[in-house]
Design a protein around this ligand. Structure first.
Ligand SMILES: [Zn+2]
Length: 341
């Protein structure tokens, strides 16, 4: 005989099921929170690539500079985000005409927000490109040939290798590396002679100096807006850093910060275990401070950016007594001889 439960028993069972479900849900939430799957900043970008080609980057920059100060200014973060959204980030589908046409539309009075409304992923690319390129273009001062200080809007960041020093490179981002553990190469290598002055790419603050088993003697510099962390590695044995450099110091784009070498791949300090002298530079994007050091750090391909920066190199002068190099134009940045701050 089947016994029909009383309404009181049914309520008890319901309460029990609710309690079990609630406990389960709470436990899962706590686990997800602790594992980082849930955070207070749900909207931050957790994955990004930088794939615009050099030709697209150059053309977008030229349009940005040409239109700056006009009522039809087209910023390169806007135009590159538009292209990436349109070509699904596949730059083999990009042609220069795409940017020229966009520029013509802006010049004829169309507004960017109207052109991009409904364009999937535009906002995502825009945020990523604003982070990558945020410190490269802007107004800066320079010394003209007649020795007067002038202002200009353009490429204000510098190539990390000083003017007059040879280097070679290729796109080696993502290549396999096996020292220590199997991993991807998360930066850009510029092959050059030991002792080549290394230049600060963008204004910022020195966050880290010292030895690392992989990078050897290295420097980490954070941009002023905190979104970019520049990493310079494998610096020279015995004398890796510029004498004025220290953690916490403010540095200006164009300052000499150290010297290229071949240190690294050693748990022991000051060891030359890298075969070919080169500067490794990397760029980490930080949308939230929790991303600075984590399992999912965002490092981007710098090949196109480096090619672009090759048109802006810092002249350096050498102090024959100390053998230290200095940015020849440092006084313009208000830095005086050496580093600012
Ligand atoms: Zn490297």
């Amino acid at each position: 005989m089947i016994r029909i439960p009383s309404s009181r028993s049914i309520r008890s069972i319901r309460r029990l099921i609710s309690a079990v479900l609630f406990s389960l849900l709470l436990s899962v939430s706590v686990i997800l929170f602790l594992s980082g799957s849930i955070s207070c900043d749900k909207d931050i970008i957790r994955y990004a690539e930088f794939n615009p080609s050099y030709s697209a980057l150059k053309k977008a920059m030229e349009i940005d500079i040409e239109s700056f100060g006009t009522d039809h200014h087209l910023s390169w973060t806007d135009s590159l985000a538009y292209i990436s959204a349109r070509c699904y980030d596949d730059y083999s589908r990009y042609s220069e005409k795409d940017l020229s046409t966009l520029y013509s539309r802006i010049k004829s009075g169309e507004k960017m927000d109207r052109i991009c409304s409904g364009l999937k992923n535009f906002n995502y690319y825009h945020e990523v490109y604003s982070a990558v390129l945020g410190g490269l273009l802007g107004e800066y001062e320079y010394t003209a040939e007649d020795n007067t200080v002038k202002k200009k809007y353009g490429l204000k960041a510098y190539l990390p290798i000083a003017e007059g020093f040879a280097y070679s490179e290729y796109d080696d981002f993502g290549a396999s590396r096996s020292y220590g553990f199997k991993r991807r190469h998360l930066g850009h290598d510029m092959i050059c002679e030991t002792g080549t002055p290394v230049i600060c790419i963008e204004d910022g603050t020195v966050e880290c100096m010292g030895w690392n088993q992989y990078g050897g003697w290295r420097i980490g510099i954070r941009s002023r807006d905190k979104k970019r962390y520049y990493y310079y590695a494998h610096l020279r044995k015995n004398r890796p850093y510029h004498c004025d450099l220290s953690v916490g110091k403010n540095v200006s784009a164009g300052d000499v910060i150290g010297y290229a070498g071949r240190t690294g791949y050693s748990a022991e300090e000051n060891v030359n275990n890298i075969e070919t002298p080169h500067l490794h530079w990397g760029l980490e994007l930080i949308f939230d401070e929790s991303q600075k050091e984590c399992d999912n750090e965002i490092w981007v391909d710098l090949y196109a950016v480096t090619r672009l920066l090759s048109s802006h190199r810092a002249d350096v002068i050498r102090d024959p007594e100390t053998k230290e190099f200095y940015h020849a134009d440092a006084s313009v940045q208000g830095a005086g001889k050496g580093l600012s701050g």
